[in-house]
Design a protein around this ligand. Structure first.
Ligand SMILES: CCCCCCCC/C=C\CCCCCCCCCCCCCC(=O)SCCNC(=O)CCNC(=O)[C@H](O)C(C)(C)COP(=O)(O)OP(=O)(O)OC[C@H]1O[C@@H](n2cnc3c(N)ncnc32)[C@H](O)[C@@H]1OP(=O)(O)O
Ligand SMILES: Cc1cc2nc3c(=O)[nH]c(=O)nc-3n(C[C@H](O)[C@H](O)[C@H](O)COP(=O)(O)OP(=O)(O)OC[C@H]3O[C@@H](n4cnc5c(N)ncnc54)[C@H](O)[C@@H]3O)c2cc1C
Length: 666
């Protein structure tokens, strides 16, 4: 009976929606074509038994990994059979929803050869990689060195006699450690190592190194290789073979050094090309941009589960003869709706960042390197901001689902375990925010010299105004004006940036200042990145948004995103005198009324993500809201319930129980 009521309940919830959900689905997907591809690939994966994933938490590591190999091979077979485009294949991978060696092959190995190889090298290696005749990974991080790329120890010493490089791991700490796909699957790696010619160290460069035989997959001579062991959580990222790798004087031909940035001639002379050396870090910029797009996916998934369950779950009170839906509690709304708003905000900033990345790539091809520093700052900062918020949000969604959120069948524990390393990989989030701060400090320091800030820092041109402009909010309704909100975020960021720059200028050595003020610099970078997200959301709303009621919903979400940030970082806004306490209190009133506005639309707003039950992998987030019978069913499937009396009863339980009986008789 209760289960039936739950099913009816979500139908009822859906009928409350005040906007055109199909139009919202298209906005979320990024266009009609994107929606169609995504929908088709989601169904393809959901209907294929090989892509089953509900058993991941109970498989042991070896079974889990073998199962991932099987899925990857099957995915590849389907990609070939169905002649899927790159866009379709990448969506298919997304819905398979299992980290695998293929991610690093397609996501880093191929891009690093594309970005850092010469025309000749691309011609030689890419066709084999595209056909998966070789499998590659990205071997940069070492046991002793991750964040500090310039500190890597692996050496690539040129031997002019044989026209070869000798790749060597001189110490334990120089062992490559972490690369995904390295542990078991890869046949090749792009290895980052110190380039040494004629006894001189020329810094870091990438080298293509074959690791395993293409005949029997055995490691080649001089190569010591393996998996680094189990990681956080059951299932989760353990489908990936993160590996270690040591080299004992392994020889490779000279033409396997990636030579777009630096070349080594036959005589061993190092020639620096005219592209900026930072292109050596280019693959990381590319991947950081994809991680931002991915953050909205992980966040929306957690929010979808928590929102649907919050509409099904009832506790206390009385609502038409039932207990109250927990989604109607203001506290639940004030925790959940900002996360819903963040999911949409990250979606749009991710779209914009993709555009920015494409733009910088085209410029680089035309030898215009001027926007590279800004692209680095934006990708680093937004990667950091969106992954930190998403990781925290997944945990918050688990708490929003109460006790049942802690069950693996809620889907949230695994989602969290898979997602949290995003705060570390592809650049630790604090290290990346310090890069943004460095960029901001440099931008401000150059203002006087006539250097014009570009792109996302253009607001610093209005520095004088932003340092003293009062906030234009007189009444509550003013908080709904996008220009008022954007200017406020600009003023906060500008004031914090200038304050930090002033503090820095008091140090005789800038490095000392950067060390001492690093916590403040991180806050400055965060404020700047939040401004970018708010302004890209506002810009999105200035575009044509078709569909009845769609724009109004997005406007409400945009205001929730900005005002909930204001509430969270009130200290920043008050201490920089950007707003008064009266204005802060009005913002809080507006937030409450925005939550009421979103409440009837909440289920439809998460339905717009168009996630299948297979992809969500959550009993709590089921589309039909039929939570309780399914929770019961899942419990019964647990291996512990396979027998009525547990294994081990006779050895370990019965003797204890018998002893208790004897003691009781005494
Ligand atoms: C089931 C199977 C299905 C099969 C289906 C098959 C089909 C599949 C189809 C598609 C699938 C695709 C899937 C794709 C998914 C991809 C997932 C990837 C998962 C991610 C895994 C993680 C991998 C990694 O972690 S790799 C290692 C990452 N490491 C780091 O990030 C290290 C971080 N450190 C650094 O970047 C640097 O050390 C640093 C920037 C912190 C410091 O560098 P430094 O010491 O050299 O310098 P400075 O701070 O002094 O800077 C000097 C100067 O340079 C500028 N700078 C720095 N970085 C950059 C940059 N990147 N670009 C441009 N400029 C840069 C800096 O600002 C300074 O400038 P100045 O002007 O101030 O001098
Ligand atoms: C799941 C996973 C997959 C990975 N895949 C790959 C891969 O495919 N290929 C690859 O090459 N690498 C990979 N990595 C490695 C990853 O890129 C590094 O772990 C990451 O860059 C962080 O470096 P670290 O581990 O050295 O952290 P550390 O730099 O040692 O960080 C430790 C702490 O020190 C702090 N810290 C460090 N430097 C500073 C500073 N300058 N100022 C202030 N605080 C600082 C950090 O904030 C952090 O709190 C992977 C890692 C993980 C977890």
């Amino acid at each position: 009976m209760e289960a039936e009521a739950a099913v009816d309940y979500l139908v009822d919830e859906r009928s409350k929606a005040q906007f055109d959900i199909d139009a919202m689905k298209i906005i979320w997907a990024g266009g009609k074509h994107e929606f169609e591809v995504s929908d088709r690939m989601a169904r393809l994966v959901a209907s294929d038994p090989v892509f089953r994933k509900d058993n991941r938490a109970i498989l042991d590591r070896k079974e889990l990994f073998k199962n991932t190999l099987r899925k990857a091979a099957h995915a590849w077979k389907r990609i070939i059979e169905l002649r899927l485009s790159e866009q379709e294949a990448s969506k298919l991978r997304f819905f398979v929803d299992e980290p695998a060696y293929t991610d690093l092959h397609w996501g880093m190995f191929i891009p690093v050869i594309k970005g850092q190889g010469t025309e000749e090298q691309r011609k030689k290696w890419l066709p084999m990689a595209y056909r998966m005749q070789i499998i590659g990974c990205y071997a940069q991080t070492e046991l002793g060195h991750g964040s500090n790329v310039q500190g890597l120890e692996t050496t690539a010493t040129f031997d002019p006699e044989l026209d070869e490089f000798v790749i060597h791991s001189p110490t334990l700490t120089s062992s490559k450690w972490w690369p995904g796909g390295l542990g078991r699957a890869s046949t090749h790696a792009v290895v980052f190592a110190r380039l040494i010619t004629d006894g001189k160290d020329h810094g870091i460069n990438g080298f293509i190194v074959q690791l395993r035989s293409l005949d029997d997959h055995l490691p080649l001579p001089g190569i010591i290789i393996g998996d680094i062991g189990m990681k956080f959580g059951n299932g989760a990222y353990n489908t990936m073979d993160n590996g270690f790798l040591r080299f004992d004087h392994v020889r490779i031909p000279r033409d396997q050094m990636l030579m777009r940035v630096k070349q080594v001639t036959r005589e061993g002379k190092v020639v620096q090309s005219d592209v900026p050396w930072q292109l050596l870090y280019g693959t990381m910029v590319y991947v950081r941009q994809t991680i931002v797009a991915d953050a909205s996916c992980a966040l929306s998934r957690a929010v979808c589960i928590a929102t649907r369950y919050s509409a099904v779950r009832r506790q206390f009170g009385s609502q038409n003869g039932h207990e109250t839906q927990v989604i109607d509690y203001r506290t639940q709304q004030s925790r959940l709706f900002p996360l819903l708003a963040s999911a949409y905000a990250f979606r749009f900033v991710g779209e914009w960042l993709k555009w920015l990345y494409m733009d910088v790539t085209q410029r680089l091809q035309a030898r215009d390197f001027s926007t590279l520093p800004e692209a680095h700052a934006c990708t680093a900062g937004l990667k950091s901001l969106t992954t930190s918020v998403t990781a925290d949000a997944i945990e918050e969604c688990r708490k929003l689902c109460g006790g049942h959120g802690y069950l693996c069948s809620s889907g949230l524990p695994e989602l969290f375990a898979v997602y949290v390393p995003a705060c570390t990989y592809e650049g630790d989030n604090i290290v990346l925010l310090l890069q943004v701060a460095r960029f901001l400090m440099k931008t401000v320091s150059q203002l006087g010299s006539g250097e014009r800030p570009v792109g996302t820092t253009t607001y610093l041109l209005r520095l004088e105004h932003l340092l003293q402009c009062p906030c234009d909010v007189q009444g509550a309704e003013d908080w709904l004006k996008p220009d008022v909100v954007v200017q406020l975020f600009e003023a906060r960021s500008a004031r914090m940036t200038v304050a930090c720059a002033k503090s820095l200028s008091k140090f005789s050595k800038p490095e000392d200042g950067f060390m001492d003020l690093s916590a403040d610099l991180v806050s400055v970078a965060t404020a700047h990145c939040q401004l970018i997200v708010v302004s890209k959301f506002v810009e999105k709303l200035q575009q044509d948004i078709p569909g009845e009621g769609v724009k109004q919903q997005l406007e409400a979400l945009c205001s929730i995103y900005a005002l909930s940030l204001l509430k969270k970082h009130l200290g920043d806004f008050l201490s920089t005198s950007c707003i008064t306490s009266k204005q802060a209190s009005l913002a809080n009133d507006v937030l409450r009324s925005l939550y009421s506005q979103v409440r009837p639309n909440a289920i439809a707003l998460v339905d717009a993500f168009n996630y299948t039950d297979h992809f969500l992998g959550s009993v709590l987030g089921r589309y039909d809201g039929n939570v309780y019978p399914k929770l019961y069913e899942e419990a019964l499937k647990d291996p512990l319930n396979e027998s009525v009396v547990p294994d081990g009863y006779h050895e370990y339980l019965q003797p204890v129980l018998k002893q208790r009986l004897r003691t009781a008789r005494l």
